[in-house]
Design a binder for this molecule. Structure first.
Ligand code: TRP
Length: 329
């Protein structure tokens, strides 16, 4: 870790194999930040427990996610990559921070209300404390910047409040108020062309899929609903396949697709085939690396263990300051 660089921390829930939405929305950005910042990336298994019905697939999902991160270019030499529960200091800080967090504020958060609505049978204590645990994540490593999607804004704002309360209450400045670093990405829609891409909606395209599976998925993508026949002119501006071409195809291709779609010179089938081809070409290197990485899970576990070891050193240093500030013996 380079002490001159500012520190970035981000957490991602272990959702297993990652898809294009994760890639464009988070992973690409995580990788890019490694150049300029001292980055810590955490697979937040404890946060995942708050909404899980079963932990049957938890281990595998953590590994699959780690394979994707590493294959995409997360570099354990440059950054710390680890699993949240491997650093026990986190839960200690979480407990201490919970004393300066008002319960009413937690239950007022829109993110809490939404989750409570989603799982009325399981409004557990952990769900309420979710943002406190997240604050502990960020502050334990003294991160200044947190790259997240805009949906996490209330949590980061809340984290700042908790830090202020803590520092004020214990007359210290040992915890740092983190700043949000909003990831600027277009919302990635699923193959339905309407909803955000997500595994639970089964409208996703997995990064690690085979070229054939990718093509199959791409062929189900919904295009301009007004374009019923091949001879109808299309409207690229409302077409999800076109917005994907803008990300994965060359500027020349994008230009000709746009023109030919409007004039019905190209049909949706050919347009999708071209997208599938370009996407597969884009992901070929990633997929090759992923296959090699996934063939050696023990090495990946070693990388995660090493990351946790380095994370624990930072965490323990922070906790010594925290315990002293609180007045523990
Ligand atoms: N709450 C984040 C999400 O749902 C995950 C997360 C946990 C996180 N701890 C974090 C993100 C710390 C940033 C920093 O996506």
């Amino acid at each position: 870790m380079n002490p001159k660089k500012s520190r970035v921390f981000s957490g991602a829930r272990p959702t297993g194999r990652q898809h294009l939405g994760n890639y464009l929305g988070a992973i690409n950005n995580y990788i890019a930040l490694q150049e300029e910042y001292d980055c810590i990336y955490c697979i937040v298994d404890l946060h995942a427990l708050t909404t899980m019905e079963t932990t049957r697939d938890l281990r595998q999902n953590i590994l699959e996610m780690a394979y994707d991160f590493l294959a995409a270019g997360m570099d354990p030499q440059k950054s710390i990559v680890f699993v949240q529960s491997h650093v026990p200091q986190l839960t200690e800080l979480h407990t201490i921070l919970s004393m300066v967090t008002m319960l009413g504020k937690l239950t007022d958060l829109p993110t809490f209300k939404e989750k409570a609505r989603m799982q009325p049978q399981n409004i557990n204590y952990g769900l309420v404390g979710y943002p406190v645990l997240m604050t502990a994540d960020i502050t334990l490593y003294k991160a200044e910047f947190v790259p997240v999607g805009i949906d996490q804004a209330p949590h980061i704002e809340f984290a700042r409040e908790i830090v202020r309360s803590f520092n004020y209450r214990y007359n210290t400045n040992c915890l740092i108020e983190p700043q949000m670093k909003v990831t600027k990405v277009p919302k990635v829609l699923g193959t339905d062309g309407v909803q955000k891409m997500g595994k639970s909606l089964n409208n996703h395209i997995e990064l690690a899929a085979t070229p054939e599976e990718t093509q199959q998925r791409v062929m189900t993508m919904v295009t301009d609903p007004q374009r019923q026949r091949r001879s109808d002119p299309g409207r690229p501006e409302v077409c999800n396949v076109f917005s994907m071409h803008k990300v994965f195809s060359s500027p020349e291709e994008v230009e000709s697709i746009e023109r030919d779609c409007r004039s019905a010179g190209i049909g949706c089938v050919d347009c999708k085939k071209l997208f599938a081809k370009n996407l597969n070409a884009h992901l070929a290197g990633f997929r090759q690396r992923r296959t090699e990485i996934a063939a050696r899970p023990d090495e990946v576990i070693d990388i995660l263990q090493d990351g946790a070891k380095r994370a624990r050193v930072i965490a323990e240093a922070t906790m010594q300051e925290v315990r002293a500030a609180v007045g523990m013996l």
